[in-house]
Ligand binder design. Structure first.
Ligand code: SF4
Length: 195
């Protein structure tokens, strides 16, 4: 299966109840050859309306942090752990996350990024079993041989202006790490996550 096939499957997917309340499902989008996949929790209102990830205010914050690091949105791949918007932006249930996880797994298998950037506490919990994002943000983790970089969700910066500087700092660090990885350098691992 290629990314185009995954996109089509996500658009048509009715595997969990979120298909009943969504306007559009939201497949991942971006550069298929990206060194990094950004993974958020689930689509919000604007994403649900447009069928694209990170196109609302949170998306603008992420874009700001990318631009600050000298990177364009087209250079990276952006997706969510759950591809349909939960009603009223509630946190996706365990069942919804488990049902949807095959898509993110396939996206990772195909793109084979050097590092995955986990955005926010819910994605941190779903992907790495972690919590307390503020304690772990800016750190590099490893699970099953895959590198992860942990940072706050861009939406967290909407009502807390101070956090935009935190996000910018983290994303800048992420791309410095990517540059080092591309130069074949060893990256210190802050946390090893259990399988
Ligand atoms: S959330 Fe995932 S599993 Fe559920 S309907 Fe949407 S694409 Fe399918």
């Amino acid at each position: 299966m290629d990314l185009e096939a995954i996109r089509k499957s996500v658009i048509e997917c009715t595997k969990c109840d979120l298909c009943k309340t969504r306007t559009h499902s939201v497949p991942g989008k971006g550069n298929f050859n990206s060194d990094v996949i950004f993974v958020g929790e689930a689509p919000g209102k604007n994403e649900d309306l447009k069928g694209e990830p990170f196109v609302g205010v949170a998306g603008k914050k992420l874009l700001l942090a990318l631009e600050n690091a000298g990177v364009t949105r087209d250079e990276v791949y952006i997706t969510n752990t759950v591809k349909c918007r939960p009603p009223k932006n509630r946190i996706p249930s365990v069942l919804e996350k488990e049902t949807c996880q095959e898509y993110i797994q396939k996206e990772i298998e195909i793109i084979r990024p050097k590092i995955i950037c986990v955005l926010g506490n819910t994605a941190f919990g779903s992907i790495l079993g972690g919590n307390e994002i503020t304690k772990f943000r800016g750190k590099v983790g490893r699970k099953d041989g895959q590198l992860y970089f942990i940072t706050i969700h861009p939406a967290a910066t909407i009502y807390n202006q101070g956090l935009i500087e935190v996000l910018k700092e983290d994303i800048k660090k992420l791309f410095e790490i990517i540059r080092e990885l591309k130069n074949g350098k060893e990256i210190p691992i802050d946390i090893e996550f259990a399988s």
